[in-house]
Design a protein around this ligand. Structure first.
Ligand code: HEM
Length: 128
């Protein structure tokens, strides 16, 4: 976790599969503890959800490509997710990373990798 050389992938800086699994666990603890966000996951199998999120984050951070879930657009279509909901999830992700001991620069890099997904996650205002 201390090697921040340019050749180290973000995936490795996060502690690879085990590190990401721990962050994802903490992320969903924060999400389910947030009364604004919890209702979105009422019918969700959280074990599968965590597994898919961890595999998705592995690919997104330069790790192995084991993600077999839906694409991000399809997974979130029709759920009515707002910009504010998206910002709350990113906030919880930053908290979960900080709690795992990830440094600020790396947290910013992870956030920078997730922010471009906003348009695929947030409901199209014209369709709402
Ligand atoms: C960068 C932000 C996000 C990423 C990377 C992300 C990633 C994912 C992934 C990988 C899945 C699994 C897809 C599958 O199983 O095929 C998923 C499903 C889901 N996400 Fe997200 N998500 C993000 C933001 C959000 C936000 C902001 C919300 C709502 C507030 C949300 C709510 C959901 C729900 C409800 C599901 C489906 C659960 C189910 O199948 O029951 N996501 N997301």
């Amino acid at each position: 976790m201390t090697d921040t050389s340019a050749s180290t992938t973000l995936y490795e800086r996060l502690g690879a599969g085990d590190g990401i699994a721990a962050v994802v666990d903490s992320l969903y603890r924060h999400i389910i503890g947030d009364e604004t966000l919890a209702p979105f996951f009422e019918g969700t199998d959280m074990v599968e959800q965590k597994r898919h999120m961890a595999l998705f984050l592995a690919v997104a951070t330069g790790g192995p490509n084991g993600y077999r879930g839906r694409d991000i657009d399809a997974a979130h279509a029709g759920r009515g997710i707002t910009d504010a909901d998206f910002d709350r999830v990113i906030g919880h992700a930053a908290t979960a990373l900080a709690e795992a001991g990830v440094d600020d620069e790396t947290i910013q890099t992870v956030a920078g990798a997730l922010l471009p997904l906003r348009d695929q996650v947030v409901a199209d205002a014209s369709a709402a």
